[in-house]
Design a protein around this ligand. Structure first.
Ligand code: PEP
Ligand code: MG
Length: 899
């Protein structure tokens, strides 16, 4: 238990692992003189114990400490928990090591009872406020602690039902129109609903309430939303959440009270503009929940907001004044405080504040979530401002987020002719095009069918997380820049337009009305998350701009990295894209992909179905010029850099037709009978294709394939050289498990090289290496290194064979394995360092024990995943190779591993 309050604290901001982000920063804010309501933090360790030992054991252990800590708060506040005259009310909030916005539970106004509410009414001189707080508390406690929150969209919310009934009786529309007597009635009816649903009375003892809330917060660590969020963000379950118990301050005490959230810089663009939203006479989640339209903190922000909404300045000033206009003194203190916090924490802060009767209190500060663009701009600005140094700036990069900056944006020309059908707030930048869906479940279902969707909601809640994750973009009718949709979308780097107030969504008919026209589920729309515009149909996009701050980040990565990043590219076009992103060569060119284009597949099929070597050689002759031409393009695109070209890898049956009509066509072309073709195709079928007749097993059984490919590569290299390119071909043999396989292949390649060089009377320096992707290759890497000039770990196959999970079929159970906690991650996405990683380590060490200078890299999918890249760097690999769009991600991850 760590207490804080009145300028003192037992914790500090560097104790986030133990106190959670919120608890650690609440402590630190106290220490630097920022006004924070007193309270205490129960550590994340307790959460872990709670999950292991259960509720009973842990609450018993905590009892004394919690009572002491409450006493500490009572002393500072001059109030008493459960007192009828002068009661202490507290908030109970979760707070994990990293923020998980909205995923876990919170209870406010705790300590209110039938007697305490009278005390608050008297003390505040505001009975309406007291009773409004009480009814909110009963509702929140019922939802969070007593499990009365509706589980699905079909469920009835008992509290909402009562609320609607009371409002109807009274003949009013808004909660704010309810009077004291109505609120009293609400409390009574809410409690009756509790009794009916749970069979128990609502707890009258504040202590019972407190224990209920503490346990509920711990329990919420394991709720479905939190688990999903953790999985998405790779947050370990062992971390647990802290619980923060803090004296309540009230933003809903009347018109001199308010509550709000703010960012010290713009979380969407990164601009150094203090911005935020507030609501007068409101509490806690009202601002982020998107129920009332929040107002802006600064005058400038307010004017910009009004312009976007098409609201006239005079209407704005009277109806939606900024905090600077409505409460100038408080706004001034807030502006000073935000600067103090950013200067102190040296990063963009996301603040929560409450103004109670004209006094400002800070409830939270944390490093704000931001888009990829904002991440880059803020770090580079702070570097220029000398607030942070180069290494810190690089460490601020979340490599995956760079992805957002690489993808296309709307084509300006196409935008000119695009029809704007609605306008909202530019909540999270990006260009998104997709088909309208209205429910998160549908978003998931449609995207599983590879459809692109835009999730359209009146407002989003944490339940929509899964749907938001798979959607191209999110459009909401309600909610400001800090609404749940906006915050979560920015965190995901997902395009979002929020608060498009003019649109009319009808969930029942699954339609949306925009600019007088009705759009149905499945209709295409496009969103511009940078301007807030919504367009009809699909709008064309163009490549992103890679200059400016992005280039500066890449420059820094180059300065600090000790490992190269190559790319996996099969075509000159991909190679050119990757080079633009800074790839230092090609780590994997999968030659087979070329065979699927156009008419090439025919020659390939002829080769496969040939009856003898002679027939195969005939067909290979047709393939040779095609391959040579492709390779030449790649060598030219990678002028001066290494190009690793892999020999044919997939099983042959992948190339032959399985449909009768195509088989007939092939039979006619090859002058064979349909029976012959059918028989040949059937004979190639494999039950476990990825372990069958593939990789170097093809080259070992049909050496002429290797011969043709080696010839195509080397002739292409000579052709490119003749055009002035500096070529470095590296021929890579796949799926080697026995050194003899590599020996045999290397011999064919060297012999072919001799022939080609003699024929052309010219030569190029070339290398022959192998993939290490069969466990036996890793185990015998010292032998294999005797023959290989380089190693490239094929961690896709190595993962498949180490786990014994078929790459093509594992999808069926991997999700369930993760849900059940058998696996923490998908090992095909994130390298399993404990298992597969050990084979990679062993292979590297053994290989270098034979050849100390052996060049080692990785070209499996893991080569572009930051944690795997860092692991490869720790093994001293020379390079990682990944798909073009992941090159910048890998470059930054590699640099981070080196600093
Ligand atoms: C691998 O196995 O990791 C690899 C790069 O090869 P492929 O994915 O083509 O089997
Ligand atoms: Mg492989």
């Amino acid at each position: 238990m760590y207490t804080f309050g009145n300028g003192q604290a037992e914790g500090r901001s560097d104790m986030k692992n133990l106190l959670g982000g919120k608890g650690a920063n609440l402590a630190e804010m106290n220490l630097i003189g920022v006004p924070v309501p007193p309270g205490f933090t129960i550590t994340t360790d307790v959460c872990t114990e709670y999950n292991q030992q259960g509720k009973e054991a842990v609450t018993k252990l905590l009892k004394n400490d919690v009572e002491k800590a409450i006493k500490h708060v009572e002393d500072l506040m001059g109030t008493k928990f459960g007192d009828a005259e002068n009661p202490l009310l507290v908030s109970v909030r979760s707070g994990a090591r990293v923020s998980m916005p909205g995923m876990m539970d919170t209870v406010l106004n705790l300590g209110l009872t039938d007697s305490a509410v009278e005390g608050i009414a008297k003390k505040s001189g505001n009975p309406r406020f007291a009773w409004d707080s009480y009814r909110r508390f009963v509702q929140m406690y019922g939802d969070v602690v007593l499990g009365m929150k509706p589980k699905s969209k079909e469920d009835i919310d008992p509290f909402e039902e009562v609320m609607d009934e009371v409002k109807k009786q009274k003949g009013v529309k808004l909660d704010t129109e309810l009077e004291v007597e109505d609120l009293k009635l609400l409390v009574k009816k809410f409690k009756a609903a509790v009794k009916e649903r749970t069979g128990k009375d609502f707890p009258e003892s504040p202590w019972e309430q407190l224990w209920g809330a503490i346990c509920a917060v711990f329990d919420s660590w394991m709720n479905e939303r939190a688990i999903y969020y953790r999985r998405m963000n790779q947050i370990p379950e062992e971390w647990g959440t802290a619980v923060n118990v803090q004296a309540m301050v009230f933003g809903n005490m009347g018109n001199t009270s308010a509550t709000g959230v703010a960012f010290t810089r713009d979380a969407a663009t990164g601009e150094d503009i203090f911005n935020g939203e507030y609501l007068i006479n409101a509490q806690g989640e009202d601002v982020v929940a998107g129920i009332r339209t929040p107002q802006q903190i600064t005058i400038e922000g307010s004017r910009r907001w009004a312009a976007l909404q098409g609201i006239d300045e005079s209407v704005r000033a009277s109806k939606y004044p900024s905090l600077e206009e409505a409460m100038p003194e408080c706004a001034k203190t807030l502006i000073e405080t935000q600067q103090k916090l950013e200067d102190y924490f040296k990063d963009m802060q996301d603040l929560e504040f409450t103004i109670q009767d004209g006094k400002l209190w800070l409830l939270q500060t944390r490093n704000g979530k931001r888009t990829g663009a904002a991440m880059v701009k803020i770090a580079m600005d702070m570097l220029r401002e000398n607030i942070i140094d180069e290494k810190t700036a690089l460490k601020r990069m979340e490599p995956q987020k760079l992805d957002e900056l690489l993808h296309p944006v709307f084509d300006k020309a196409a935008l000119k002719s695009a029809k704007v059908i609605a306008k909202g707030l530019p909540a999270s930048p990006g260009a998104a095009t997709g088909q309208i869906v209205f429910f998160a479940d549908d978003a998931e279902e449609w995207s599983e069918k590879r459809k692109k969707v835009i999730l359209v909601r009146i407002e989003t809640s944490p339940e929509d997380l899964r749907g938001m994750n798979v959607a191209q973009g999110i459009l909401t009718a309600r909610g400001g820049m800090t609404s749940h949709a906006a915050v979560v979308a920015r965190g995901m780097g997902k395009c979002c337009v929020s608060g498009a107030g003019e649109i009319k969504i009808d969930y029942k008919t699954r339609t949306i009305e925009m600019s007088g026209k009705v759009y149905k589920e499945g209709d295409w729309i496009s969103l511009n998350g940078s301007t807030g515009e919504v367009y009809e149909g699909q709008v064309n996009t163009v490549d992103a701009d890679l200059s400016g701050d992005f280039a500066k980040v890449m420059e820094l990565a180059e300065k600090y990295t000790k490992m190269d990043v190559r790319t996996n590219a099969d075509t000159p076009k991909d190679a050119t894209v990757a080079r633009k992103f800074g790839a230092k060569g090609i780590g994997l060119c999968r030659t087979e992909h070329m065979f699927f284009e156009g008419d090439r597949i025919k020659a390939m099929r002829e080769m496969i179905l040939a009856k003898d070597e002679e027939g195969r050689r005939e067909a290979l002759k047709k393939l040779l010029p095609i391959q040579r031409q492709d390779f030449e393009g790649i060598f030219l695109a990678m002028d001066g850099l290494g190009v690793t070209i892999r020999l044919l890898d997939p099983p042959l049956h992948e190339f032959v037709p399985h449909q009768l009509a195509t088989q007939k066509e092939l039979a006619a072309e090859m002058g064979l009978t349909i029976e012959e073709v059918k028989l040949a195709c059937d004979s190639l079928e494999e039950f476990n294709p990825m372990l069958g007749h593939r990789g170097c097993r093809l080259g070992c059984t049909y050496p002429e394939i290797t011969e043709m490919q080696a010839r195509a590569i080397l002739e292409a290299a000579l052709d490119a050289k003749a055009k002035g390119a500096d070529v470095h071909p590296e021929i890579m043999v796949p799926l080697v498990g026995v050194v003899e396989e590599l020996k045999m292949q290397a011999e064919i390649i060297h012999n072919t090289a001799k022939q080609v060089f003699a024929e052309r009377n010219d030569w190029v320096d070339y290398k022959v290496g192998t993939m290490i992707e069969v466990p036996r290759a890793a185990l015998t890497a010292d032998r294999i290194a005797e023959v290989a000039d380089f190693f490239s770990f094929g961690t896709n196959d190595l993962t498949q064979m180490t786990f014994g999970y078929s790459r093509d079929d594992a999808g069926k159970f991997l999700k369930i394995y993760q849900e059940k906690g058998i696996l923490k991650n998908d090992p095909f996405a994130i390298l399993d360092q404990q298992g597969v990683g050990q084979l990679v380590r062993m292979g590297t060490e053994k290989g270098r024990s034979t050849k100390p200078g052996l060049k080692v890299g990785i070209c499996g999918e893991h080569g572009g995943e930051p944690s795997s890249v860092k692991f490869c760097a720790s093994l001293g690999m020379n390079y990682v190779s990944c798909s073009p769009y992941r090159v910048p991600i890998a470059r930054v991850a590699a640099a981070q591993a080196a600093i």
